[in-house]
Design a protein around this ligand. Structure first.
Ligand SMILES: C[S@@+](CC[C@H](N)C(=O)[O-])C[C@H]1O[C@@H](n2cnc3c(N)ncnc32)[C@H](O)[C@@H]1O
Length: 322
């Protein structure tokens, strides 16, 4: 008879468990000189910072100065930085953060996951393990450095998860601009910091209410302002998971509370009827596009498309988002 003692999740079973153990060890060795260099720099910055009073949003975190410097360099030429300087570095999530990713994907019962920044595939393995345990799905992950992406494919194969992962080789600004089959249940941003906002803009039309967004090192002020503004459809918080590790500063967990882009797409499909404001209430009543439980009519009012999209949560407008 099958009992709960027989059950093992994919993450803690073979071949995933030993593959991750091996990769984390390799990552530690490969990134050791880089980590040592950064911890020296951090010490120097810390001393300098104690004397300095001015704190901007980008200086909210204790190791921000090193990251701010990286950011400056990245903004000059992110391709050069990631395809040369960091081409052999893992820059991967810690086991603790990976475990957190697995748990988020299980909690969201995610079937469609997108990852910006594959590197050697460590975080991809945590996410794909969750897909396996959720009953299947697809992880689309993207990596600009071809040699890393090819090795990531091998690592994911060693973990027995290749059937769940599509690694797109190239710049996320191109590879994530198209080719999504359904709504994204969970997205992980862990690539070039300066591209978080443009990459997010590519993904937003595919979000749904409740989509989970995890941003590693979300340290760019414009990005934080965007996801911390409820009017943009997010509820967002800094999280402390993995904070003990220098790689894991400034992580952010966000959920999509409503989605303007997704509403616009849906409304675009019905633009003929919507443009005739008088027909909106009748159309809403009869149309299956509104049966997803996301929009409902609160008053029998005629509405312009603009008002629906701009103030979807405002019940006075006649339509509300639930
Ligand atoms: C922090 S590492 C990702 C670590 C990985 N998520 C893990 O935990 O194993 C960031 C990766 O993003 C890649 N990257 C940076 N900019 C990119 C871009 N524009 N498009 C695709 N990948 C990019 C880098 O080459 C690098 O391998």
């Amino acid at each position: 008879m099958y009992t709960h003692e027989d059950y093992k999740d994919t993450l803690t079973s073979e071949p995933v468990a030993s593959t991750l153990k091996r990769l984390h060890k390799q990552a530690e060795e490969a990134d050791k000189p880089l980590q040592q260099e950064y911890s020296k720099l951090r010490k120097l910055y810390k001393e300098a910072k104690e004397k300095e009073a001015n704190k901007s949003l980008e200086q909210e975190y204790s190791s921000i100065d090193v990251i701010a410097d990286l950011l400056k360099e990245e903004r000059k030429n992110y391709k050069e930085m990631y395809q040369n300087k960091f081409a052999s570095h893992y820059l991967s999530v810690t086991p603790e953060f990976g475990d957190f990713l697995y748990m988020c994907a299980r909690t969201a019962n995610a079937k469609q996951i997108v990852e910006f920044g594959t590197s050697f595939g460590i975080s991809s393995i945590y996410l794909a393990a969750a897909l396996r345990d959720n009953g299947g799905g697809e992880l689309i992950s993207t990596e600009i450095e071809e040699s890393k992406a090819l090795q990531a494919r091998k690592n994911i194969a060693a973990a027995g998860l290749s059937d769940l992962v599509d690694i797109r080789i190239g710049d996320a600004l191109e590879t994530l601009s198209t080719g999504f089959k359904g709504k994204i249940d969970l997205a992980l941003l862990d690539g070039a910091f300066s591209l978080y906002l443009p990459v997010l803009k590519l993904l937003e039309p595919h979000f749904r209410m409740g989509t989970v967004l995890i941003s590693e090192n979300a340290l760019v002020a414009e990005y934080l302002k965007h996801i911390r503004n409820p009017a943009n459809g997010y509820h967002s918080k800094k999280i402390l998971v993995g904070e003990g590790n220098d790689n894991e500063k400034g992580n952010e967990l966000s959920i999509v509370t409503w989605n303007k882009m997704s509403l616009e797409n849906r409304l675009d499909k019905t633009s003929a009827s919507i443009s005739d404001a008088q027909s909106v209430p009748a159309m809403v009543k009869s149309s299956s596009i509104f049966l997803a439980g996301q929009i409902y009519l609160t008053k029998n009012q005629a509405l312009s498309r603009e008002r629906i999209v701009r103030r979807p949560q405002h019940k006075q407008n006649g339509l509300a988002v639930i």
